[in-house]
Unconditional design. Sequence first.
Length: 355
Amino acid sequence: MKSLLFLVLISVCWAEAHPDNSSLKHERIVHIQAENGPRLLVVAEQAKIFSHRGGNITLPCKFYHEHTSTAGSGTHKIRVKWTKLTYDYLKELNVFVAMGHHRRSYGSYHGRVFLRESSENDASLIITNIMLEDYGRYKCEVIEGLEDDTAVVTLNLEGVVFPYSPRLGRYNLNFHEAQRACMEQDSIIASFDQLYDAWRSGLDWCNAGWLSDGSVQYPITKPREPCGGKNTVPGVRNYGFWDKEKSRYDVFCFTSNFNGRFYYLIHPIKLTYNEAVQACLKDGAQIAKVGQIFAAWKLLGYDRCDAGWLADGSVRYPISRPRKRCSPSEAAVRFVGFPDKKHKLYGVYCFRAFN
């Protein structure tokens, strides 16, 4: 009996290990089976697209089936959906949806976005009259039946980042006030990527400011004691994330090209703030905003040694060619301050929008 049991055990072990066992062959085949049908692929030919405010751009996106050259199988309608990604990765903003003849655009994109459709597999999105708020990352999603795939494209805008604090002085803005302050000066609150690019271009500012993701940071190109210590390395210093209601800092704003003319008003006498506002209106314009003087300086090379009033009550002047008595050490928008509006006399910078 013991001999018989021993032979049975040997037979079982041989059956489990033998490479020619038919049941094992079947199991291996199950594990290496390929997917049925062609797999949908969505690709973007360029990961980054560059434009400017007021321009028109195309965000590239095309879809294919992995094992065929056709755009779709024909059994299901193709649904194309474009969304804008936010810093909260769980939240996306709807931009545009198309399925067959049905098209819909959302929010501020309404009437400004449509598909290029240069071929059957073209899902590229055209955005017209680019706005500052359009900056960011966009997701192209194509859905066919149970299959779907996505590609991400970044829209970058040519522009300038500038630090801003109100008349009240340094560190007086919570996050929501910072957003409004930038909007009032023809700009938006800057992103980290925009601040980082500005730092790489030489922006050095010791005051910490809000960014669009709710963080507080500042760029240092020349380390020194009051700004993190002189023995530290250059970089964008990060204070982290703070309470958007209670915490108060400055803000970094971003602005781009404008559709109008920025100029210094030639006037026979210097003006108080209210007189400056009226002088621009009389000239068919409005008193210029801080974002407009920075855009004219950075993007157009505007250079003027005369200090002038701006809409927020500050007095500044743009220098693109450093020279004696006019910012001799560096090109910059020089800040004079927030003088007494009723008694101090200066020139004025105006802005006339193109119709």
